[in-house]
Design a binder for this molecule. Structure first.
Ligand SMILES: *Cc1c(COP(=O)(O)O)cnc(C)c1O
Ligand SMILES: [Zn+2]
Length: 413
């Protein structure tokens, strides 16, 4: 592992070897993977990256996997879409959508983190993989774990959307529906992880898992023509994705792959679970845990593990945070679908709804380039649109019946 130096505590900077550990023995701070950027600089050039297959492994020197990945070989490198129609609708100059609704194989950005986590779990010699999930992670572990030949345990809150539960069950892992919210699920999984030698991707494998999120940011810079966006809006659950997108921009800059770095990072949360956005908006150093109540179930983490670090990134980059109500989330899902033809899950509605509110408050400038991170597919949370979309026009199978409706429709649709 030439390019990975080891793990380091984010609080006290104590160094640790590459092992399935995640917390500092001395200060209980979280551990993070550190790289030898000097050695990577000579290898990972723009030309080299461009010559590689279009998946997340084109940034492999910046990922903590030593050998060949065992899963996720087609994950990542999702489209960055110039969203001109949406830009006009919400009043911004230059708008892009990082479209992780089409990530292979389970249609959310969690395929990125799971590709890295399971490949690392395999290197560590685990035969059982597991996770505590708000839905998408369970889906990705169930699917990619099957492809990698692992025994799988996924733990979810029992109240999750039915379509997400079915999506996980299809791959026949062991699905544990826990009577409690995500924070209860997570606490239980930490206990289990202490007792069983399993790879819990977002607990004992978390330092490696989290690195997978960086690839979304690497790709954004490459797809913008080797530059970082002026603004990026990121949905937050634990806050990990946001911190890793920032880390990826810093890496691109350190490696001279992008000329300058002035990006402002904005956090988006549902109002019914907004501990990070509340901390930013009240300029508090403390993340106050909440009991989630939101249709954006994939973001419903009341006690976010990386909340503090996410709020620091927002603060240090001059960004801001916002939160969106259930109705604003649905309206934004429909706006995105109507203008750009992208059907995102509730988390995507959160990102867009918060971007609109940030534009209205003037916190997010209308000038410059803005990237919205759209992280999951709408087919995964169809329930959110129950009663929120029109009924189809019911007609007889004849021209007259069709034209009778057509005359009423006018320009719509
Ligand atoms: C998990 C998830 C996120 C954010 O996750 P973090 O815990 O903040 O890294 C965003 N969008 C979707 C769809 C997710 O499933
Ligand atoms: Zn420490």
């Amino acid at each position: 592992m030439a390019h990975v130096k080891g793990l380091r505590c984010r609080e006290c900077s104590r160094d640790y070897p590459i092992e399935p550990i995640y917390v500092c023995e001395f200060c209980f701070g979280p551990l993070e993977v550190v790289y030898d950027y000097e050695s990577i600089r000579g290898v990972l050039t723009r030309d080299e990256i461009r010559s590689r297959p279009q998946n997340l492994w084109r940034y492999r020197e910046l990922l903590p996997v030593e050998g060949e990945p065992v899963v996720g070989k087609q994950s990542g490198f999702t489209p960055l879409i110039k969203a001109d129609r949406l830009a006009r609708a919400i009043g911004v100059d230059e708008l892009y959508i990082k479209d992780d609704t089409v990530t292979h194989p389970t249609l959310s950005f969690k395929d990125r983190v799971v590709s890295v986590a399971l490949s690392k779990a395999s290197e560590f010699g685990f035969d059982t993989v597991a996770c505590a999930s708000t839905g998408n992670l369970a889906h990705a572990v169930a699917a990619q774990g099957a492809a990698g030949g692992f025994r799988r345990f996924v733990f979810i809150p029992a109240t999750l959307e039915r379509s997400k539960i079915v999506a996980s069950l299809a791959y026949e892992p062991n699905v544990m529906a826990v009577e409690g919210n995500y924070d209860d699920v997570n606490r239980l999984c930490s206990e289990i992880a202490n007792k069983y030698r399993w790879a819990f991707v977002n607990i004992n494998i978390r330092p490696y898992y989290a690195e997978g999120s960086k690839t979304q940011g690497h790709e954004i810079c490459e797809q913008l023509g080797w530059k970082a966006p002026d603004h990026v809006v990121v949905p937050c659950a634990s806050g990990s994705l946001l911190t890793k997108i920032w880390k990826s921009f810093e890496e691109m800059h350190k490696l001279d792959l992008i000329p300058e770095l002035r990006s402002k990072v904005f956090a988006a949360q549902p109002t019914g679970c907004s501990p990070i956005s509340v901390a930013v908006k009240t300029q508090s150093e403390v993340i106050r845990p909440v009991k989630p109540d939101t249709i954006a179930r994939s973001l419903a983490i009341g006690n976010p593990a990386d909340g503090y670090y996410a709020s620091r990134v927002v603060h240090n980059t001059g960004g801001w945070a916002e939160d969106a109500t259930d109705q604003e989330i649905v309206d934004a899902m429909k706006l995105l679908a109507r203008t750009e033809g992208i059907f995102a899950e509730t988390a995507g509605g959160v990102t867009l709804a918060c971007a609109i509110k940030l534009l209205q408050s003037g916190k997010l400038p209308r000038e410059g380039s803005t990237v919205l991170c759209i992280t999951g597919n709408g087919m995964k949370t169809k329930e959110a649109l129950d009663g929120q979309v029109d009924n189809p026009h019911r007609i007889k199978p004849n021209l007259g019946s069709f034209e009778e409706v057509l005359s009423r429709i006018g320009d719509h649709g």
